[in-house]
Design a protein around this ligand. Sequence first.
Ligand SMILES: Cc1cc2nc3c(=O)[nH]c(=O)nc-3n(C[C@H](O)[C@H](O)[C@H](O)COP(=O)(O)OP(=O)(O)OC[C@H]3O[C@@H](n4cnc5c(N)ncnc54)[C@H](O)[C@@H]3O)c2cc1C
Length: 474
Amino acid sequence: MKKRVIIVGGGISGLSTLHYLKTLAPDVDVQLFEATDRLGGVIGSDFVDGYMCEWGPNGILDRSGAVRELCEQLGIDNEIEFANENSKNRFILREGQLRVVPMSPGSLITSRLLTTFAKLRLLREPFTSSSKEEDESIQRFAERHFGKEVADYLIQPMVTGIHAGQAEQLSVKSCFPLLHELDGEFGSLIRGMITRKRRAKKQPLKDSKRKGSMRLLSLKPTGVYVLIDALAKRYADSIHTGKQVESLEKIADVNGVRKLFGLRFKDQTTTQADEVILALPAYCAARILRALSAPLSTNLSRIPYAPITVVCLGFPLTASPRPLKGFGFLIPSKENRAILGAIWSSSIFSGRAPDGKFQLRILLGGAGNPEVAQLTDAQTLETVADELHDLMGISEEPEMVRIYRWNKAIPQYMVGHSTILRDLENNLSEVQGLHLTGNAYHGVGVSECIINSESLAQKLAKQYNKSFIVAGIA
Ligand SMILES: Cc1cc2nc3c(=O)[nH]c(=O)nc-3n(C[C@H](O)[C@H](O)[C@H](O)COP(=O)(O)OP(=O)(O)OC[C@H]3O[C@@H](n4cnc5c(N)ncnc54)[C@H](O)[C@@H]3O)c2cc1C
């Protein structure tokens, strides 16, 4: 009898796990169940009066090349679009002014974002010694390496942009594992990077087929959702929407021989599987697992989430007094503003606004300002209008408005997150055949979700294929 594996959750983590398992273990029956009537989770897009608005992610950083390879496998690599050269400049607010983020040593010297004192403090970085602590906050890590001003005005807004979190609470080990590793091995990040680069030149990576890039990518015409659409179409026969899993239990098959998982859905139907992969936010997995493993459920509930409201606005080009040449801006918490920042969507990728118009994407809330994410639509729009007027000089009413609310948007890898992961591993070792993937554990970006799902599928396929060979010999 074919082994039956069920994936729960139809976001990018669940769908990419489905793809890799189907590819790597073709003899296994893999099925995916999604609670809602649509696939994609936080990934989605809408066309509104010629503007293309994205619900969640608006671009993917594909450092490893895994996303490009997945696109090739799905036949959508021709739809890939890299961020426009004009969007190279990123801005950070300081004393009410948008200042360009220095991206090279040369631009750092002339930068108006940092004071001379902060620039001179950077010269001490090569003399930083390794931390003696097992984990530390991103803020503390950044202050040790670069000084307080760089931590406040460069690192902290970057952390808001990626994690919607607070640098004082998030773990450097879990959010930026490479930096943590360099600190441990070399003390200084600058010395560490130079040494690693030299080593890499001497020993090029074996996996050279993949071509990573530091340029943000998207896909035409519906952005990141193109990936979801392609996966959904390819595996339509194995995907079941409108099926919310309520609980999991361990059962024996009719002969009492095979140990199985019994899944109960909200519509009171049931199904069975040899193995189950939960590709869900941690709090959803915690709910399903209460009866099967209380310790696992409790440990999953220890991962907190931050809320985000995304506001997409459309304007005629004449509404902006400044040219929108750049990626957008982020706001350090020291500046005490009501929004986290704004992305100039139509300057980054094509198709975000009709000719003669532009689109802005404003982010509010996050772990530092959760109450702002609770404002009503009218209050949200009033807040955004005030901020855009102050910061960009825009006083016109937008001609297009779309608001997307995520009460639990991004998992927060707090200091000590690695301890939660270790506890989860211990709990999982007691429930054979149960696996977790998704953005709650080893990276929140779309590319990390894909990479983590691929490694889980590789590990499982190795076990499954080996057991087929053994069964064949027997
Ligand atoms: C506002 C926002 C902006 C972002 N911007 C970026 C960006 O620009 N770049 C980037 O790389 N990343 C970005 N991210 C992060 C990235 O989009 C997510 O980490 C990633 O898409 C999460 O995918 P997932 O499949 O793990 O989870 P989800 O997308 O949350 O999918 C989980 C799925 O499980 C389903 N589900 C839940 N409970 C059950 C159940 N009981 N039974 C069955 N199904 C269930 C849900 O309905 C959902 O479809 C952003 C995230 C947000 C919220």
